[in-house]
Design a protein around this ligand. Structure first.
Ligand SMILES: NC(=O)c1ccc[n+]([C@@H]2O[C@H](COP(=O)([O-])OP(=O)(O)OC[C@H]3O[C@@H](n4cnc5c(N)ncnc54)[C@H](OP(=O)(O)O)[C@@H]3O)[C@@H](O)[C@H]2O)c1
Length: 281
């Protein structure tokens, strides 16, 4: 199967490119293809004639998006629209990745695929607009929402903690009132592989099972790596950021369950595997 991976130089794109190496996917970074340019997207699909496009490219720096609205919408909304339109035109199936940030994050339970979105950040709003474009422009699509993602090479919270954990200094304050499902790119790849040739469409959540706060996640990581620097809990209010962070990022995996697919790996098992495979991230 001919496959194109956008965002092939990013965390998820690198993992999927490696996982699909036997099929020699065309893996593209922003220097190879600017997804904000409709003609370039069309030309790339016309040249490679893929049956499948894994759309991982995005502007993911949440705080940067908050200050650069136009750039965020150009990549996350217009870019997704350009890829979706090109897929529809050239008969390719599209798997487009999205985020828990499409939700407001104030529900007292994990978000279901069909819960009403309510993005509170520029990043979330731009990704939500991207989802809408995919739905409207490319009938053969699967939108996969992931959350609290980390993968080899980073950047991610795990990579920041791996760096800070080896440095001497005062106790590290880490937020303890935001909850989510830390998810490795390998766990996403595991769940995605059986779906590549399937015909599921719509939205599917893919985050690791189990839930934890950032603080508890840091404690688990430090224990795993034997870091002795102290970590102490703090509140979101004590750690203000340009873009507001959702208090609840948990995603329910109803669509995977309904399709009879294996459930996602537990977050702790995924983290242990990651540190075993990539001790330095
Ligand atoms: N990171 C997270 O915590 C997280 C959480 C939830 C959902 N997600 C979603 O998961 C997916 C993968 O995220 P990730 O963390 O793997 O991303 P990432 O590591 O930040 O990589 C982003 C990728 O997008 C590419 N890109 C940026 N602007 C582009 C443009 N104009 N044209 C073409 N490519 C462009 C980058 O290319 P260059 O590097 O070559 O510039 C890079 O390959 C995204 O849809 C993201 O929204 C991520």
């Amino acid at each position: 199967m001919a496959i194109i991976i956008t965002g092939g130089t990013g965390m998820l794109g690198r993992t999927l490119s490696r996982r699909l190496a036997a099929q020699q996917p065309v893996s593209l970074g922003s220097k190879d293809l600017d997804i904000g340019d409709a003609q370039s997207c069309d030309a790339v699909l016309a040249r490679h004639r893929p049956q499948l496009v894994l759309h991982c490219a995005a502007m993911t720096a949440v705080d940067r998006c908050e200050g650069e609205r136009e750039a965020a919408f150009r990549v996350n909304a217009l870019g997704a629209a350009n890829i979706a339109a090109a897929c529809a035109r050239h008969g390719a199936r599209l798997v487009a990745f999205s985020t828990d940030y499409v939700f407001a994050g104030d529900l007292p339970r994990p978000y279901r695929e069909d819960d009403a979105p309510g993005a509170r950040t520029v990043y979330g709003a731009s990704k939500l607009a991207g989802e809408q474009a995919v739905r409207e422009l490319c009938p053969d699509h699967l939108i996969v929402r992931v959350a609290w993602l980390y993968g080899p090479g980073g950047p991610s919270f795990i990579h920041t903690m791996l760096r800070l954990g080896t440095q001497d200094g005062p106790p590290l304050k880490v937020v303890d009132d935001q909850i989510g499902n830390p998810t490795s790119t390998d766990a996403v790849a595991d769940a995605l592989m059986p779906l590549l040739q399937a015909d599921e469409t719509g939205i599917m959540h893919m985050s690791c099972e189990g839930e934890v706060t950032w603080y508890r996640l840091a404690l688990e990581l430090f224990a795993l790596r034997g870091f002795t620097r102290q970590v102490i809990p703090c509140t979101t209010a004590q750690f203000p950021r340009p873009a507001p962070r959702p208090a609840n990022s948990r995603l329910e995996k109803g669509a995977l369950l309904l399709q009879g697919r294996p459930s996602m790996m537990d977050w702790r098992a995924a983290l242990h595997r990651f540190i075993k495979d990539y001790p330095h991230g």
